[in-house]
Design a binder for this molecule. Structure first.
Ligand SMILES: [Zn+2]
Length: 170
């Protein structure tokens, strides 16, 4: 996976969706918009005031996990930080309930980042298998419904329960 390629974008958008569902919100779908020269994915989430902020920082948190956990290979820290913040331009404004074009202060950006790290990253790390399945489907079909995402989560829970406990030391 490369920074900002299609798969990377799928991760970002699906993470908004997974965080939203995990917190009890609703997701209509994640889809690629075709009215752009460049493929652009969007997550259509229905949130409420209690979960809106965490859903907003889900995409940023996803990119942070990909970077920190080595999915992107070596990346220069400074330019990666710039990319993370640039890709979350709208999300950061949404987090603070501001106009998408608003300039954010350093304090506001720090709050967004801390919230992503403390609250959204742990949710994301819990769904690494599920997101991998969802990314493949989104890449193929250009759209995945919220219902299908819930199904993937439910199927994975079942398979974890029925897998026999590994016997170490035998
Ligand atoms: Zn986003």
């Amino acid at each position: 996976m490369k920074v900002n390629d299609v798969e990377y974008q799928c991760w970002h958008e699906l993470r908004h969706a997974f965080v939203c569902i995990d917190l009890g919100g609703d997701v209509e779908c994640v889809e690629f918009l075709e009215d752009h020269n460049v493929d652009q994915a969007r997550a259509r989430c229905t949130t409420n005031k209690h979960i809106r902020q965490l859903v907003a920082c889900g995409g940023f948190a996803a990119e942070l996990v990909l970077y920190r956990d080595g999915y992107l290979g070596y990346q220069d820290g400074n330019s990666m930080t710039q990319t993370l913040f640039r890709n979350a331009t709208i999300d950061r404004a949404m987090y603070h309930s501001l106009d998408p074009r608003a300039e954010l202060t350093e304090v506001q950006d720090r709050e967004f980042m801390i919230s992503a790290y403390n609250s959204a990253v742990p949710i994301i790390r819990r769904y690494m298998n599920e997101i991998t399945i969802a990314v493949a489907e989104l890449k193929n079909s250009k759209i995945i419904s919220g219902e299908r995402i819930r199904q993937i989560i439910a199927e994975n829970k079942k398979s974890i329960k029925t897998t026999p406990f590994p016997m170490f030391g035998l």
